[in-house]
Design a protein. Structure first.
Ligand code: AMP
Length: 283
């Protein structure tokens, strides 16, 4: 596996692959890789000749009081995992290479949907994501890029700017990978103590409870939301940041489930903020 550390490294590598007629798949990550990330890599590998992963904790998508400094960084272990799924190259730049002195260009996706869910809670977050993903798509010359449903709102934002900016990248969304317990895999699960990990099961349990009620005929979104909220509130260690149901991918409010919707939640377990979601409904 090639390790690409500079802007020149990735430009040269992408050009060589393009010149050889290869299709390129991009999988952006912030590292501390787990089975969720590796599933994205495998999907990319099945769909492209060459896979470029990126491991970059992107400073511009973190708010001032968020966990940028504490975010787990374990590049050597990440490389071993990437090699085990036959990733061809990993891009691991310094923040100063991505945002050198004088840097002042940002991709700002406007529109109501960016201010909901995580966009409402984390001002500037999607501006940072859209900016770095645009740069990574340009640098890697990706034909296809792969993202997780775990960050379903992020996929909506990315699809929007790719279309609006006429970028020739196919955006693919891969289902959420969970532990056997139901807990969605996340790099931030590393912050959880064993007791908190147990408490964190309330996220997937609340999604399940709402989905079971939906399948039993409850189609009112406020009733479904109430079921999820009640389940979360049964866990003393959990504090709700948001629990919402919107149409997906439109992210519009809806009273009755008559088209696909997302039930999305962000919950703090102790001081760790976790997100999870499920998409259901429609024909
Ligand atoms: P991150 O490193 O957390 O920025 O995530 C990088 C990519 O992996 C994003 O597209 C995430 O949506 C995706 N991802 C993270 N966790 C999971 C998971 N449990 N299942 C599927 N994809 C995931």
């Amino acid at each position: 596996m090639k390790i690409l550390r500079t802007i020149d490294d990735i430009k040269t590598y992408a050009k060589s692959q393009k010149d050889a007629g290869k299709t390129i798949g991009l999988v952006p990550t912030m590292g501390a890789l787990h089975e969720g990330h590796l599933t994205l890599m495998r999907t990319a590998k099945e769909n492209c000749d060459v896979v470029i992963a990126s491991v970059f904790v992107n400073p511009v998508q973190f708010g001032p009081n968020e966990d940028y400094d504490a975010y787990p960084r374990q590049f050597e272990a990440d490389c071993k995992k990437l090699e085990s799924v036959n990733v061809d190259a990993v891009f691991h730049p310094e923040p100063s290479a991505m945002y050198p002195q004088g840097y002042c260009t940002y991709v700002n996706v406007e529109g109501d949907f960016t201010h909901k869910l995580c966009g409402g809670q984390r001002p500037g977050h999607f501006r940072g994501v859209a900016t770095v993903v645009t740069k990574l798509m340009n640098l890697s010359r990706a034909d296809k890029a792969f993202f997780g449903q775990k960050d379903a709102q992020q996929v909506v934002v990315i699809r929007r700017f790719v279309e609006d900016l006429n970028m020739n990248v196919e955006v693919n969304m891969v289902p959420i990978v969970r532990e056997e317990t139901g807990l969605a895999r996340s790099s931030r699960n590393q912050y959880l103590s064993p007791a908190e990990k147990e408490a964190a099961l309330v996220l997937s349990r609340s999604l399940q409870a709402a989905k079971i009620a939906f399948e039993a005929g409850q189609h009112s979104t406020s009733a479904l939301k109430a079921i999820a909220i009640k389940t979360i509130q049964s866990e003393p260690n959990a504090t709700i940041d948001y629990v919402e149901i919107y149409t997906y991918p439109g992210l519009e409010p809806i009273e009755t489930v008559t088209e696909p919707v997302i039930l999305a939640l962000a919950v703090k377990i102790g001081s760790t903020r976790l997100i999870d979601n499920t998409i259901f409904g429609g024909k």
